[in-house]
Design a protein. Structure first.
Length: 125
């Protein structure tokens, strides 16, 4: 698995980076051995020059691989840690859904592959 963590308009934090790595390992543990798995997490402070008030943080998670379709998640919050937690909570539910869809497709292929049609008898006159 290839992981890239990007900080935009924020100073790089080893604590946040390790937290993201731990969360993505947990969310994608079933696909950890997948060499084609690429994950990118971008954490940013949204810049609103024309607005006063609370700052808004955004966490974007992109995951793509041959075994799962591309997943893109974006969550915003006034708290950086909440934005990260919400994004990874959503990632966990999406990955669970994708896994169950893949499992269903696999079971259908197995089921259809095991169906045998009895040979038809042909009258030769």
């Amino acid at each position: 698995m290839n992981l890239r963590v990007i900080f935009k308009r924020l100073g790089r934090s080893e604590f946040i980076e390790n937290n993201i790595k731990r969360k993505i390992d947990f969310a994608l543990e079933r696909f950890r051995e997948d060499r084609d798995l690429n994950a990118q997490v971008k954490v940013e402070l949204e810049n609103a020059h024309h607005k006063t008030g609370d700052e808004t943080y955004k966490c974007q998670v992109n995951v793509k691989s041959k075994s799962i379709p591309m997943i893109f998640i974006s969550k915003k919050s006034s708290n950086l840690y909440k934005a990260i937690a919400d994004a990874f909570e959503k990632l966990g539910s999406v990955v669970s859904k994708v896994r169950s869809q893949n499992h269903t497709k696999k079971r259908k292929r197995i089921h259809l592959g095991n169906l045998s049609v009895p040979p038809r008898e042909v009258d030769v006159a």
